[in-house]
Design a protein around this ligand. Structure first.
Ligand code: PMT
Length: 406
């Protein structure tokens, strides 16, 4: 007898979005296969998609009325994009045209299929279908990358003969392949931080003195980026508030770019309000120039130049004061009296634990690919050997998972 494991789509609510591509004819077979796997299928089509496959065909196969417009002009019945998004366990857009992908990446919501995308809280998968040059075009590739960075799963198109007669990559994946991708998605073991949202700060802030000069520090962002990537791999939604860096955004992570400590404060407190926790890895300026000169400060042949600096807001302390039941992890970068300073920060900023790194340890701290850290919490300390920043990130995430599972 078939078990739930064998039939991961049994009883799942699949919202099937169909856009105006010649590959729309494959949506009929796709719908059939999904139904055969025991899924409930609700079809949403664009106006153009109706030119390629009839609503009657899709309604017959899905055994549900097809939704195209925001409301039915006959009886005024409202098709709520919010309810559709809530109903769905997965929103699968197949075929997804270059036009729809561009609109999704740009937040355009000019039809029911797109507004539903904007309000969907469930996982979203797209199966692109288009001509090879459209697929290879930098705008399409940029849009796909953007969507993937925000967690949309891309079911890669195949290479082969295209409707245009040309040969190349752009053919929508076959219905059987799409169903396999969905099955794999639903049979994946639940990751430990699925449904959790974390905010990570990373990198150095930049405090302008005048249009030419600024105050900063040596943070490259590597440690924070490794943590963000590891949290995402553990299933969390991650908002990475990042100072200036050349590093690529880790897969599945949403990055917010900031420059100054004030901007980092604004972005982090905003994201933390809706998060389950935070990891404060950024090297934030503690002081910023009181005045930023509007034009370049000219040197004078005599005397010193005095800059007056004022305190910045302490982001971690602010979050700590209002953290409630959330997890908050802090760093302590020290050069002396390490343990005492880390313990002080643990208490003062209400961290669950502090990741202490000291510039006295070889291979620790800024820029390199390794770090040597000690975890400090209310129960004591755990010293780790010299590890790659990636491995340190894994250990941090393991600790977070343990705290959340208590
Ligand atoms: O980016 P890399 O090159 O990989 O280097 C990694 C690192 C050395 C920057 C990282 O391992 C590290 O130690 N980050 C914290 C650096 C720091 O500013 O530590 P701190 O001891 O000054 O601050 C204590 C804590 O308060 C930190 O969590 C810090 O992010 C936070 N803080 C500090 C000041 C401020 N205004 N707001 C804050 O949130």
């Amino acid at each position: 007898m078939a078990t739930v494991q064998d039939r991961p789509l049994q009883g799942r609510h699949i919202l099937l979005g169909i856009t105006g591509s010649i590959a729309a004819y494959k949506a009929a077979m796709l719908c059939r296969l999904l139904k055969r796997e025991g899924a409930e299928v609700q079809v949403v089509m664009t106006q153009l998609a109706k030119q390629f496959i009839t609503p009657l065909t899709m309604a017959t196969l899905s055994r549900r009325p097809i939704l195209v417009e925001f409301f039915d002009p006959e009886n005024g019945q409202w098709n709520s994009h919010v309810s559709l998004g809530e109903w769905a366990d997965c929103y699968l857009i197949a075929p997804a045209t270059a036009n729809t992908l561009a609109k999704m990446a740009g937040g355009v919501a000019d039809n029911l299929l797109l507004t539903t995308y904007l309000s969907a809280r469930c996982p979203v998968m797209v199966a692109p279908a288009m001509d090879l040059d459209m697929y290879a075009h930098y705008t399409t590739q940029r849009n796909l990358e953007e969507l993937a960075q925000h967690g949309v799963a891309i079911i890669e198109p195949n290479s082969g003969e295209l409707a245009s007669g040309l040969e190349g990559k752009g053919r929508m994946a076959e219905p059987e392949e799409i169903v396999e991708a969905l099955k794999a998605h639903f049979s994946e073991k639940k990751k430990p931080l699925t449904d959790r949202h974390f905010v990570v700060t990373a990198g150095a802030t930049i405090e302008p003195i005048d249009p030419v000069r600024y105050i900063t520090n040596h943070s490259s962002g590597k440690m924070g980026y490794a943590i963000a990537g590891e949290l995402a791999r553990a299933g969390a939604r991650v908002t990475l508030v990042s100072g200036r860096t050349e590093l690529p955004v880790p897969a599945g992570v949403e990055r917010v770019d900031v420059l100054t400590a004030e901007e980092m404060y604004e972005a982090t407190t905003k994201a933390f309000a809706e998060a389950d926790g935070g990891v404060m890895c950024a090297a934030v300026a503690d002081y910023t120039p009181r005045e930023v000169a509007a034009s370049k400060i000219k040197k004078s042949d005599e005397g010193d130049l005095t800059l007056t600096l004022r305190r910045t807001k302490d982001i971690a302390a602010t979050l700590g004061a209002e953290k409630g039941g959330r997890v908050l992890v802090g760093f302590a970068l020290e050069t002396d009296n390490e343990q005492a300073h880390a313990e002080e920060k643990l208490a003062k900023k209400h961290f669950d634990f502090v990741v202490l790194n000291s510039l006295r340890d070889a291979g620790a701290g800024f820029r390199g690919d390794t770090n040597k850290v000690t975890f400090v919490d209310a129960a004591g300390s755990e010293e780790l050997p010299l590890l790659s920043k990636q491995e340190v990130a894994v250990r941090i995430v393991e600790r977070i998972v343990k705290i959340l599972s208590k």
